[in-house]
Design a protein around this ligand. Structure first.
Ligand code: NAG
Length: 271
């Protein structure tokens, strides 16, 4: 059973080739049975209110790969290393809901620089984080805004309700990306519980989202935000990294890079 990087359909073959499946497998065989999803999904989620996640962007790379990302500065986007590690440039689209249509709110800006974490490891998927610097400033408005990043590494997030969003594949049966932005809500689970599924590749540098109700990220969601509500404001706590190769709706947790653990790296690479 392979762990699947939640990359782009087009890139999936490339990305998976880099993973040693014998090293990364869910160690826990009997997962919670899938509760049939009633609603459309991220998987298991629903259509977001247009611009309800205004810090969400699409990141499309020059090799045809599609990912998510988040706005963390006027010229700065946070995404996953596996989304951009082989790219020479990416186009970032902010202000989008129906991503494949020409919406007047959309702003598409090409990267000027991509910074992939130097310790990004394609075999155990550690340090799956990257920054995209934009060649011009985003116009910030109610369809494109900066999200605060969690910087608190000491407060436990276990049990906290979190939202994952993206244009990724919305069911195991669908080969295509979602036409509109979707989100799903579930609870953050403990490192120990997550390790029962994925073993020791799960560290404090990850946040895991309970997938037992069939909610989670899927292919094409990679790099996108996992956020919680803090004083009525969204706070990004994770970015989509990987899930189980068994499928997105099989009850496995989905795994996110724990952004609080990378505050220093982000600060050091923001200019
Ligand atoms: C990447 O992870 C593998 C598996 O844990 C490890 O053996 C290898 O040393 C790591 N590579 C680097 C460059 O740290």
């Amino acid at each position: 059973m392979k762990v699947l990087i939640l990359a782009v359909i087009a890139l999936a073959a490339v990305s998976q080739a880099a993973i040693d499946p014998s090293k990364i497998k869910p160690v826990f065989q009997t997962v919670t049975p899938l509760i049939p999803a009633i609603t459309p999904k991220v998987v298991g989620g629903q259509e977001a209110d247009p611009h309800g996640v205004p810090f969400q962007v699409a990141v499309e790379n020059n090799r045809g790969g599609f990912c998510g990302g988040s706005i963390i500065g006027k010229t700065l986007v946070l995404t996953a290393a596996h989304c951009v590690d082989s790219a020479t440039w990416v186009d970032v689209t902010a202000g989008a809901h129906r991503i494949f249509e020409n919406e007047p709110t959309q702003q598409k800006i090409r990267s000027s620089k991509i910074v992939v974490h130097k310790d990004w490891n394609t075999s155990n998927l550690a340090n799956d984080i990257a920054l995209v610097h934009l060649s011009s400033e985003l116009n910030l408005d109610n369809t494109a805004r900066i999200v605060d990043l969690n910087q608190d590494t000491s407060t436990s997030l276990v049990g906290v309700q979190a939202i994952v969003s993206g244009w990724g594949r919305y069911s195991d049966g669908s080969g295509a990306l979602s036409q509109w932005l979707r989100y799903g809500v579930s609870n953050i689970m403990s490192k120990q519980d997550c390790q029962r599924f994925f073993g020791s590749i799960i560290t404090d540098n990850h946040v895991c989202l309970d997938g037992s109700k069939g909610v989670g990220a899927c292919n094409g969601d990679s790099g996108g935000p996992l956020s919680i509500a803090q004083n009525d404001n969204p706070l990004q706590v994770g970015l989509v990294s990987f899930g189980s190769g068994a499928g997105c709706e099989k009850g496995y947790p989905t795994v996110y890079t724990n952004v609080a653990r990378y505050s220093d790296w982000i600060a050091q690479n923001s200019n």
